[in-house]
Design a protein around this ligand. Structure first.
Ligand code: IDP
Ligand code: MG
Length: 138
């Protein structure tokens, strides 16, 4: 069993897509272990996206991810990390499978509706950044 960190980004929350994202993960058979609506501080945003520091899109990314509420979640299941990446779709919305969340809803490579951990190591790190043990089920 794996756990992955999934987040509806500010554009997705504004567009009322929280339910749609939850539906995809539930229907794929993953279990919800934690969830909360929150606004990300600049400090947390920089920790979460530390790997992208120095890239051309970094400043815009930090501004975007702190621009409004996000919906942070932990999902658990077999191959949860890979399943999450598949459900979300590729980063570039033009390359994302049209059946994926980004393929269906994203209109921009930056404003792309959802985040999903890219490895087990990232999942553990991101879950630790966003959730206390007391906020997690099981
Ligand atoms: P991921 O979210 O699919 O893992 P990453 O490469 O980790 O993609 O990038 C993190 C986030 O940074 C993306 O989801 C997107 O919001 C933004 N981003 C990535 N690449 C670009 C780009 O080339 N232009 C603008 N924004 C980007
Ligand atoms: Mg990433």
């Amino acid at each position: 069993m794996e756990q992955t960190f999934i987040m509806v980004k500010p554009d997705g929350v504004k567009r009322q897509l929280i339910g749609e994202v939850i539906k995809q993960y539930e229907q794929k058979g993953l279990q919800l272990k934690a969830a909360k609506l929150m606004v990300i501080s600049e400090e947390l945003a920089k920790q979460h996206y530390a790997e992208h520091e120095g890239k051309a899109f970094y400043a815009k990314l930090i501004t975007f991810i702190t621009s409004g509420p996000v919906f942070a979640m932990i999902w658990q299941g077999e191959n949860a990390v890979a399943v999450g990446r598949k459900l979300n779709g590729k980063t570039n919305h033009l390359e994302a499978d049209l059946a994926s969340i980004r393929g269906r809803f994203a209109t921009d490579t930056s404003l792309n509706v959802v985040h999903g951990s890219d490895s087990l190591e990232s999942a553990a790190r991101e879950i630790g950044l966003f959730f206390n043990k007391t906020e997690q089920i099981g």
